[in-house]
Design a protein around this ligand. Structure first.
Ligand code: COI
Length: 318
């Protein structure tokens, strides 16, 4: 789909202040939180539909200690980026796809979700309100983080009585420092097979349970872990923040998103581009042995973009 364009940089009604960049070092962006000016907040009660949200100053939020998200992990998030072009436009990368994915995750976790239009409009409002934080062309992007969470208070296990859709953003550079070298994780698993788990949605609960594996891999000089399927421990699934692809000759393969693997939007886009370029693309199980015999490997994600993998280590084999 064509990119969503936010303004053409030539609107004479814009004040000079809106046109200027925030006063930070644009040369040195990493993937760290930089507080911007505004966030978007919209609330709705259980059983209702989201209707009206607003742009508010970026600030801490007040939340009940007994909120569903804090106690029972009822929450999902998205990640997408806005880029500034040389001619001053601001482009969003496929925001409708994120909106669709949030709906699927919300259904799975028993939450109401914003409509596609509400989601995309809220993203646009957030980016325009924080326009001075969109990095200059070629210096990075504005990472946009939509959250949907049960913020209503409850004690017993169940869907929260109130929900908050919130979007904040931060200018970012590269997610990774240096090369991507994976350690294949063979003890901890990210997801259970099929649609019975939550591996295929961006549930907040998918991340902390594998922090020990990530921390250990990083302490041993790896940039990330590569998770295996939890049923057999033989097939690769995804990294901690990216999908993976292996290349052998003219064939590009990636594990199918069968419920355990996150259906990445960059992943989907790369599949489309690779087919257009004449590659044969296969979504299929990929064993560790097949991966270790590949000609090349790369990973994809909103934060990761598209990065080549320089090495993979499985037990003692590299
Ligand atoms: C993204 O690429 O947007 C992600 O969600 C990865 C994130 C956990 C850093």
């Amino acid at each position: 789909s064509p990119p969503s364009i936010l303004g053409n940089g030539k609107d004479s009604s814009e004040s000079a202040a809106e046109e200027t960049y925030a006063d930070i070092d644009w040369e040195d962006l990493g993937f760290n939180i930089v507080s911007t000016d505004y966030m978007f907040v919209m609330k709705c009660a259980k059983g209702d539909k989201f209707s009206q949200g607003s742009i508010l100053p970026y600030a801490n939020i007040e939340i009940s200690p007994s909120a569903g998200i804090l106690n029972y992990g009822q929450g999902i998030f998205e990640g997408l980026k806005a880029y500034r072009t040389e001619d001053g436009r601001i482009l969003l990368f496929r925001p409708h796809e994120n909106a669709e994915r949030m709906k699927i995750g919300a259904d799975r976790l028993c939450m109401p979700s914003p409509s596609i239009d509400q989601f995309v409009n809220a993203v646009k409002q957030t980016v325009l309100a924080n326009k001075r934080w969109v990095p200059p062309p070629g210096k990075g992007s504005l990472y946009i983080r939509p959250l949907l969470m049960g913020t209503g208070s409850l004690l017993g296990v169940g869907p929260a009585p109130e929900y908050t859709f919130l979007i904040y953003c931060s200018p970012v550079g590269s997610y990774k420092k240096g090369a991507v070298n994976f350690k294949v994780e063979d003890k901890l698993f990210r997801a259970i097979p099929g649609t019975g788990g939550t591996g295929g949605i961006k549930s907040v609960t998918n991340y902390a349970p594998v922090y020990t594996a990530i921390t250990e891999a990083k302490a041993n000089g790896f940039s990330d872990v590569l998770f295996l399927d939890s049923a057999s421990g033989k097939y690769i699934e995804e990294g901690s923040a990216c999908n993976v692809f292996v290349v052998k000759g003219n064939v590009i393969s990636t594990p199918a998103t069968d419920g355990a693997i996150l259906p990445g939007i960059t992943r989907k886009s790369i599949i489309e581009v690779a087919i257009d370029l004449g590659y044969q693309v296969m979504e299929c199980p990929i064993s560790v042995e097949e991966m270790l015999c590949a000609d090349e490997m790369f990973c994809t994600g909103t934060a990761m973009v598209v990065s080549s993998v320089t090495s993979v280590t499985y037990k003692e084999t590299r």
